[in-house]
Ligand binder design. Sequence first.
Ligand code: GRF
Length: 191
Amino acid sequence: MKIACFASGSGSNVEALFEAIEAGTLHASIELIVCDQPDAAVIERAKRRGCDVFVFRAKDYPDKPSFEREIIARLEAKGVERIILAGYMRLIGEELLGRYAGRIVNIHPSLLPAFPGKDAIGQAFRGGVKITGVTIHIVDEGMDTGPIMAQEAVRITEEMTRETLQQAIQRVEHRLYPQVIEEWMKEEANV
Ligand code: GRF
């Protein structure tokens, strides 16, 4: 299945998807990386893999519908069927939601509905909770809302720092995201 990944940052989850595809555990091809931050490390990662990247700056467009229409044109030109959000720091607007309804997934570093929004790892760490984790969900118009597909808990131990908690969460993300996407694509194919 042809997929696109949207990312704004380091792209370690995108890398994990490339690796799963290479290993033959994820049956998909990443046709395009969409990135809204011209300095993001994910751009270099994609180029190293020979994957096309569409980099844009929101401020170069009059509004969200305008840049989303351009993104849709680029996705359609490549036959993209599913969108994978991997650290894309923008709310998906009504153009993309209309065109790809129910076919956009997101990964979030907390057990939603706890700690939505930015810096979920810091929120959990500072909040003193003993358990946080990772959520993968279908995207709707809200911020980190939408039907939950999978969750996995990560325990916060006494000796953990914010950094080691982040590493533990990312290890879970990199294993879980390719697995859940693979299952999701299989289910959809059987409908
Ligand atoms: C991940 O923790 C993901 O859950 C969140 O943004 C982060 C992206 O990290 N939505 P990376 O760019 O994939 O390293």
